[in-house]
Design a protein. Structure first.
Length: 272
């Protein structure tokens, strides 16, 4: 079984809280973040519904946890095409929320999305101590793919969704892959990932989305500048990047990283 995780973090929150603390009673920032934690999940669910309006199935997207100013969602897509639509919903939810709630504030949203395979090499762990209601048992997720997802959040940027190579590979094999544009904007080393070799930084945006980077973001970030100057990366170059990583892992470290494959519904499986 494959799970998808989607993280949204509030960029600029530390400076905003500090500046607000010096005004009035110092709690002016509270309403902004109360609104985010209460309204943003609803907006995500709404965008998921819109993306799946013409589909036969609708994945159940749920909040996994809140960490600081970050909201993390999880779901179980059943196909590469559903992964594509979920990334679009993630991107569009951030854009819609910024427009409605953050237009006049020095805050932006930045997202990350990744996939994890269960029950191996990742596991689900029940944590009864965190239950809020009798009869419920919260679940936590642990494993190398979960760690990787949190590592690549450092690549997150406003107006884009940073994605893992596994997720990129899945979408490139989807029939609706043209609904997303991908940008290979650099490579950076991640602790405990690829044996120290720099990890490709890939961003996703809805293919029809208008330019969303602010002028100062283009000036301040070489990655944003590269995305704006070069535009979406060709699928062939993206596939070459994925293949090169797999070759490196296999040849230099004897580590196989096969593509993630979704199980077909029982009625579609070929009888033996």
């Amino acid at each position: 079984m494959i799970r998808m995780f989607m993280s949204t973090d509030v960029a600029g929150s530390t400076a905003f809280k500090a500046s607000s603390s010096g005004k009035g009673d110092g709690t002016g920032w509270l309403d902004v973040f109360r609104a985010f934690f209460s309204s943003y999940p609803i907006m995500v669910m709404g965008q998921v519904g819109m993306e799946f309006l013409d589909e036969d199935t609708l994945p159940e997207v749920a909040v996994w946890k809140f960490m600081g100013d970050e909201a993390i969602f999880t779901c179980k897509p059943s196909s590469p095409e559903e992964v594509t639509l979920l990334v679009r919903a993630h991107f569009n939810a951030m854009a819609a929320y910024e427009q409605e709630y953050l237009a006049d504030l020095p805050l932006r949203l930045k997202g990350t999305a990744w996939l994890a395979r269960f029950p191996s090499p990742n596991i689900e762990v029940e944590v009864p101590e965190l239950a809020k209601d009798v009869g419920t048992t919260p679940t936590d997720f642990i494993g190398p793919d979960i760690d990787l997802g949190f590592r690549i959040t450092k690549f997150a940027s406003p107006s884009a969704v940073a994605v893992s190579l596994d997720l990129l590979d899945v979408v490139l094999r989807a029939d609706n892959r043209d609904l997303l544009d991908f940008y290979l904007v650099g490579r950076e080393e991640l602790k405990g990932v690829l044996f120290g070799r720099p990890y490709p930084v890939v961003w996703a945006r809805a293919s029809e989305a208008p330019p969303g980077f602010m002028p100062w973001e283009i000036d301040d970030s070489p990655m944003v500048a590269k995305a704006v100057a070069e535009g979406p990366t060709a699928p062939a170059a993206l596939n070459e990047t994925i293949d090169a990583v797999r070759l490196y892992l296999r040849k230099m470290h004897g580590a196989a990283r096969p593509p993630l494959v979704f199980d077909r519904p029982p009625e579609l499986k070929v009888a033996s």
